[in-house]
Design a protein around this ligand. Structure first.
Ligand code: F6R
Length: 615
């Protein structure tokens, strides 16, 4: 999940690297580094810093010593997998001569075997990373007279695992060689500049002429030109990336942090995601889906695959598919799905849900479903992401770039789009009446207004949340539509505030966990008015009887709920079927407030990375 940037042909290459790394920091922020070819001396400059959350900032001071006439330059921001987050493990890694530098994102599965061979041949490795073997392998071919591009190709032919790499050599000071397998990488050109980046946001300030590298493709990037070839050396025409985002959308725009900005962008994310895809009569259209209605109508099962917050959206979607499409549906954690004997066949529609479109667990689960014969749809926020490219059909959320590590606007957009998919399936299968369809469409179309109202109450939610800033032990409870919301609320509190929080179906507490409830425990319950409200409140009584403090997400003006709990987070009432989209908003503010009160960095919580490209 590390971030990669490379620039060649620019006098201000170092400034561009640092600016790119700042935008990529959300992918990992344990350490950062750059390597720059010096066109005058023919040497290679390297600087690395390992400081949690502050690496790129400190690195920007260190590049003051970089060559004044830079050639090819590469940078990296790391999320540690193999080897602790120290300076010696930070990228770029150098070969034994100090004249070749390499940055890597991914995992080299056979690194131990490769390292043993390299050690036996006299190489001196200086890090505990899996990545370093790559630069020594490149060194061996280069020493035998191969070009940098050929050396990289030979190196990759013996490597097992996932990678995106960028390599520079003092011997070819204007060239960056970039390659990928599974982990994403794009290359681009502008006038006399060439660029490499692990995502579009980091490249946009330089150019919009960007190309996505395919599996096992190797690019040779020079000032103003890019050549792409397969591992066997045969030329490949690179595929242009359509860029609809502006650089500004990836900046904080006056908010104290990306999370606040992204929470406030939620109404727009929901509105944009549904725009033109459903009308008030219930006519649905999902343009990139590319699976004909007749085929969708013959689907017998829906299998949702995802991780983290995306999995919570999938849990909500399972209910929507059952309700509107009357199809059996399952939601699986992607990392588990591929290792169980799931029964998936040609009449299964597998929907892989992923903000980044790169989460390796989700990608592998999607491939597994496809191998088993399912039709596979990627529901993602990133255009041209790896999952989007491999799936049979695509559904894009239109949330714009999400930089804060914790999902917010992308999660709401996923919920809305999955509701739309369930409606669409219901319509093409004839499983839903015209009246129900129009009613559901109406609810979806006004959803962004309810989200806007909820987001507009941020200060009020924060004031309530501050009363609970000291909590250490929290249960999040919900039933039916409230359960995925409870899961998401607990995840947000855990990942941002570092508070132990567990989510449970409210009715399940009495089967065990209730023995942990005592004074001092906070119970957060989704208690909006559904047909299950009375049952939820009976569960609340059970918690209160054991001394728990209860905070409820409740409908506006619901005085009865207010009387039965200790505090409420009021939300505008919407149809239960799409209520998760609104009800999760106050829980985002809860986590944000508790995290800030504890001095945590909400955009870059400890141990996490935005894009998880390891299994
Ligand atoms: C939590 C969060 C993660 C992601 C998960 C999947 O706030 O952001 O749990 O939801 O890592 O990521 P994507 O959706 O990119 O596959």
């Amino acid at each position: 999940m590390c971030g990669i940037i490379g620039v060649t042909g620019a006098r201000d290459a170092c400034a561009r690297l640092v600016a790119g790394l700042e935008l990529l920091e959300y992918r990992g922020y344990d350490s950062a580094g750059v390597a720059v070819c010096d066109r005058v001396s023919g040497d290679l400059f390297r600087a690395r810093v390992a400081e949690h959350g502050g690496s790129v900032e400190r690195l920007s001071g260190r590049v003051a010593d970089a060559p004044e006439d830079p050639g090819a330059a590469i940078g990296h921001t790391r999320w540690a997998t193999h080897g602790r987050p120290t300076e010696e493990n930070a990228h770029p890694h150098l070969d034994c001569t100090g004249r070749i530098a390499l940055v890597h994102n991914g995992i080299i599965e056979n690194h131990r075997e490769l390292a043993a061979g390299l050690d036996g041949r006299g190489h001196k490795r200086t890090s505990q990373t899996d990545s370093e073997v790559l630069v020594h392998l490149v060194e061996e071919s280069a020493a035998a007279g191969a070009s940098l591009t050929e050396s990289v190709r030979r190196c990759l032919s013996v490597v097992r695992g996932d990678f995106a790499i960028a390599v520079v050599s003092a011997a070819e000071p204007e060239v960056i060689v970039a390659a990928r397998r599974t982990s994403p990488l794009i290359v681009g050109v502008a006038a006399s500049v060439g660029i490499v980046a692990s995502d579009v946001a980091a490249a946009l300030a330089t150019t919009r002429e960007l190309y996505a590298l395919g599996e096992d493709e190797v690019a040779t990037v020079r000032p103003g030109t890019v050549e792409v070839a397969a591992l066997d050396g045969s030329r490949v025409s690179p595929r242009r990336v359509e860029v609809s985002w502006s650089v500004q959308r990836a900046l904080k725009g006056g908010y104290p942090d990306f999370m606040s900005k992204e929470i406030h962008e939620q109404p727009q994310a929901v509105r944009d995601t549904l725009l033109g895809r459903v009308d008030a009569s219930g006519r649905t259209e999902i343009e990139e889906l590319a699976i004909p209605d007749e085929e969708l109508a013959s689907v017998e099962r829906v299998q949702l695959l995802a991780c983290g917050s995306s999995y919570h959206a999938a849990l909500a979607a399972r209910q929507a598919v059952e309700r509107w499409a009357r199809l059996p549906a399952e939601a699986d954690v992607a990392s588990e799905f591929r290792h169980r004997s799931a029964v998936v066949g040609p009449r299964t529609l597998a929907v892989a849900v992923s903000q980044s479109g790169e989460t390796v667990d989700s990608l592998h689960a999607m491939r597994e479903a496809s191998r088993a014969g399912a039709r596979v749809v990627a529901l993602t926020n990133v255009v041209d992401s790896v999952m989007a490219r491999e799936a049979d059909g695509i559904m894009y959320t239109r949330a714009g770039p999400e930089i804060g590590v914790a999902s917010t606007k992308s999660h709401l957009a996923q919920l809305a789009l999955l509701d739309l998919l369930a409606l669409h399936l219901g319509r093409v299968r004839g499983a839903i009446s015209g009246e129900e369809l129009a009613e559901a469409a109406g609810a979806l179309l006004s959803l962004h207004e309810a989200v806007e109202t909820a987001v507009g109450r941020g200060d009020a939610y924060r004031a309530v949340a501050e009363r609970f800033a000291h909590v250490e032990d929290v249960y999040f409870l919900g039933r039916r539509s409230g359960l995925p919301v409870a899961y998401e609320g607990a995840l947000k509190l855990k990942e941002l505030a570092y508070v132990r929080a567990e989510a449970y179906p409210a009715g399940e507490m009495k089967h065990g966990p209730i023995s942990l409830v005592e004074p001092g425990v906070l119970v957060v319950v989704v208690a909006t008015r559904t047909t299950l409200w009375e049952k939820v409140m009976a569960n609340v009584e059970e918690m209160r009887a054991r001394g728990a403090t209860v905070l409820a997400v409740a409908d506006d003006g619901d005085e009865e709920t207010e009387r039965l709990v200790d505090a409420v987070l009021p939300v505008p009432h919407v149809a239960e079927a799409c209520s998760a989209v609104v009800n999760v908003v106050p829980l985002q503010f809860l986590a944000y407030t508790v995290a800030r009160a504890r001095g945590n960095d909400v955009d870059r919580p400890r141990n996490l990375a935005k894009v998880v490209t390891v299994e």
